[in-house]
Design a protein. Structure first.
Length: 566
């Protein structure tokens, strides 16, 4: 990796695409944080992944391919086994009777080229693709995993030991039985392959229901015999280091799971239910590159507002929205951009979602009376430059956060409100002094998450009249009554399992607090007046940003309407 990073640094320096100071800082950060240089460049927003790939391909004098939205046929996939593709980090993309085109992140890997030539009996044509694109494309080997997954589950469910008496010794034994291990490993592998964020294991009266949350929607996935429930729950408790014989009180834990080259952290919540214990596993990929703001869906003037305010050394940046709207992901993307060897970042979170190298992270613990306020007060004595507070919930935390922002710290946090303007009123309700708030708030990001249209089956269509009727007030409010809006949706295909959606994107309302807005805050101006002034100064409402995402073919009218009316 070191040699590749040095070559990439030299290439970008020669191209002049990135200013030398920014390039040098990103390179030093990548070495200090032990992260790939290309990943740091992309999530810092210095270059897009496509542009980076094109520059490298031009230097190598090879064709460049963007694999992100390309579907490889089963016929081509079967030519190169998955284990071989993962070992050499390559992806077959097309083939004739005499030639096979292979996307490679290292086209100079002659060992890989020779292995593919011997395996396929064809001449190999190397094509350059980025590391991230190849990692995502390799998941296409898993698209037919559902049948294999169900076969593994059914076969091993029959072999699994059932219990009449749940003693510690017997629970420990069945937790390590091979059939139970295979069932649980297959379940996690399938969840990762489907990009699920959560796995629900729910005990019913006569069965064990497995559900996956994919793109924010819970889907019934599998029914298992109820007799296997003690073994599955015991397996999870052993991995999470929880009390295996405790069934009456909730328990929380964590563990890690390796799938191919992906390391996934799992946050475990177990609660007693009427028919038995229920489990929810939150999947947190640790090896995935953090998403850049562009990939999250922050674009245009909004992107400039965010980047400009991240350069400031003090004040507050607040992210707001309902539960599950991606607030924490936005904050972590900001932290990864800010995380350089020159500064000290401290966080207090509940819970810690992702571990970040060189960042001091504290987890709230009510049992030891470690609250957000107590943790924040302690961090102020820890010589921080930047502080991230997981959530501002009460008057004490508000007071300390404002004090920290006034005394030369950049404070990032989340708060529960419905709009960017509403955040100001919420702070005032929690006891913040208007003149102090006016001096400290720099930026407020209100956001929602909507599902992305599957780009493999997208098409333009005309919505039903009742749906268009619901859109008319929004078009009127945003001044788009005369604008011809194009609407898109997905037909449903194998890539999106018939849903018409694949992945999610944010829609945003971003309030950049300039001097005029600060004066309005200090005067406790009505929210309606503040919104009008902010709109006149260029603030896009969440409706406008949602409309832009619809027009760009990123999401559907139903998704946008469902999100903005939360």
């Amino acid at each position: 990796m070191q040699q590749f990073d040095e070559k990439l640094y030299q290439l970008l320096q020669e191209s002049g695409y990135i200013k030398k100071d920014a390039l040098d800082e990103a390179y030093v950060s990548s070495q200090e944080l032990k992260k790939p240089f290309s990943d740091v460049l992309v999530f810092h927003g210095l270059i897009s992944e496509n542009m980076l790939g094109q520059l490298i391909a031009d230097k190598l004098k090879l064709p460049y391919i963007a694999l992100r939205s390309r579907t490889i046929t089963d016929k081509v996939l079967t030519l190169v086994p998955e284990n071989l593709a993962r070992r050499y980090r390559i992806m077959p993309i097309a083939a004739t009777d005499t030639e096979i085109s292979i996307a490679m992140e290292d086209p100079d890997n002659f060992e890989a080229i020779e292995a593919i030539r011997r395996r396929t009996g064809r001449n190999v044509k190397p094509v350059y693709a980025t590391k991230g694109d190849i990692a995502r494309a390799l998941d296409q080997y898993k698209r037919n995993f559902k049948e294999k997954f169900e076969q593994i589950i059914v076969e091993n469910a029959k072999k699994a030991t059932t219990l009449k008496e749940q003693t510690i010794e017997k629970l420990l034994k069945i937790a390590q039985d091979l059939p139970v291990v295979k069932i649980f490993d297959a379940l996690l592998e399938y969840a990762v392959a489907e990009n699920a964020s959560d796995v629900h294991i729910e005990t019913a009266s006569d069965n064990l229901l497995i559900r996956l949350r994919i793109d924010g929607v819970l889907l019934d996935t599998l029914n298992l015999p109820k007799t296997i429930q003690p073994a599955i729950v015991a397996r999870i408790k052993v991995l999470s280091n929880l009390k295996i014989d405790e069934h009456r009180v909730p328990q929380d834990g964590r563990f890690r799971f390796q799938i191919d080259e992906n390391l996934v952290a799992l946050r475990v919540s177990i609660i007693p239910g009427f028919y038995g214990e229920n489990v929810v596993l939150r999947l947190l990929p640790e090896t995935a590159r953090p998403l850049s703001f562009e990939e999250l869906g922050i674009m245009g003037q909004n992107l400039k507002y965010v980047k400009d305010n991240l350069q400031r050394s003090f004040g507050m940046i607040l992210v707001t929205g309902p539960t599950g709207s991606g607030k924490t992901t936005t904050l972590y993307s900001a932290l990864n951009i800010l995380n350089t060897p020159k500064i000290n970042i401290c966080t207090v979170e509940d819970p810690i979602e992702y571990g970040i190298a060189r960042v001091n992270q504290i987890q709230v613990n009510p049992q030891t009376k470690l609250t957000f306020a107590v943790g924040l007060r302690a961090l102020l004595r820890h010589d921080p430059d930047i502080i991230m507070v997981g959530e501002i919930r009460d008057e004490e935390t508000v007071s300390i956060a404002i004090h920290a922002a006034l005394t030369g710290h950049l404070v990032l946090s989340t708060i529960h409100t419905n709009s960017a303007i509403g955040t100001i009123a919420r702070f005032l309700d929690m006891g913040a002094k208007e003149y102090l708030l006016a001096s400290t708030v720099n930026l407020v990001i209100a956001q929602r998450l909507v599902r992305r249209i599957c780009q493999n089956c997208i098409h333009e269509y005309t919505p039903a009249e009742d749906v268009l009727e619901r859109m008319r007030p929004i078009l009127k409010e945003t001044g788009n009554v005369k604008r011809k809006v194009k609407y898109f949706r997905g037909n449903g295909c194998d890539e999106c399992h018939g849903s018409g959606f694949r992945g999610r994107v944010g829609i945003y309302e971003i309030l950049n607090v300039d001097e005029e807005i600060r004066e309005l805050i200090a005067q406790k101006a009505p929210a309606s007046h503040m919104r009008q002034v902010a709109s006149e100064k260029g603030m896009k409402t969440i409706f406008q940003d949602g409309l832009d995402k619809i027009q760009a073919g990123l999401t559907t009218i139903d998704e946008m309407l469902g999100a903005v009316t939360q």
